[in-house]
Design a binder for this molecule. Sequence first.
Ligand code: MF3
Ligand code: CO
Length: 276
Amino acid sequence: MSFSKNLVYYKTESEILLMKEAALLVSKTLTEVAKVLKAGITTLQIDDLCSTFIKDHKAIPSFLNYHGYPHNICASVNDVVVHGFPNSTPLVDGDIVSIDFGVILNGWHGDHAYTFVLGDTTEDVKQLVRVTKESLYKGIEKAIVNNRIGDISFAIQEHTERKHKYGVVRELVGHGLGKSLHEDPQMPNFGSRGNGMKLKENLVLAIEPMINMGNKEVFTDKDGWTVRTKDGKPSVHFEHDVCVKRNKALILSDYSIIEAAEQANTNLLPSPVISF
Ligand code: MF3
Ligand code: CO
């Protein structure tokens, strides 16, 4: 990822409210996805649903044409880590599907992602999904004033790589979010406590662990976008939009509505709800 502007933008309270609207629209879109996902549907159909839904809500898709990205959503299935192109292959039970979506609403970006499991899967995959989701919240817990970026990174890496021996992708990182999709600072999922930029109030971060069941090595397909694990093992991706606050981070996106739809859809295997 390139970060063209070398500036960190702290948002005002009214800007945070606008960003919450944008993040929430992505959450609502992912909720619509959670309602219809099942074996047989294609990720191009999901792409269409997402773009239609947000256009009805006066927003525009932010990924489409971003550095030439050719679709509205990223749909990353099984060994695809991130930036998978939606395609016309019907999904099947057992697929692990990360849907990552970004919108611009009233000039502000929302960008977040959720990984769904179709049908049923192995205990190993269930654990990978659970641990990746947990690691996101362990990172978010550190997104408070006077902590550093490295405290968030360390918490994610500690839980996934050191505790569970998963591979933490090094080539891709989370990011600041605001009037641009990618603002400073970079938000790696690996690092050291006490390192990196000190966090100040109302910095908005997209925190997005990308965690491999096997090792951390990835490669990019010939299409120039699709990032896959080298060992072919599955990878999981969760992403929240988070505002740094004094005592407890404010999560702008909302998994609760996605999780409710996931639990109501008998074609999906719900992942654990993590209280925050
Ligand atoms: N959440 C992803 C990111 O922050 C989505 C970007 S996809 C792109 O990198 F196509 F827009 F690059
Ligand atoms: Co992102």
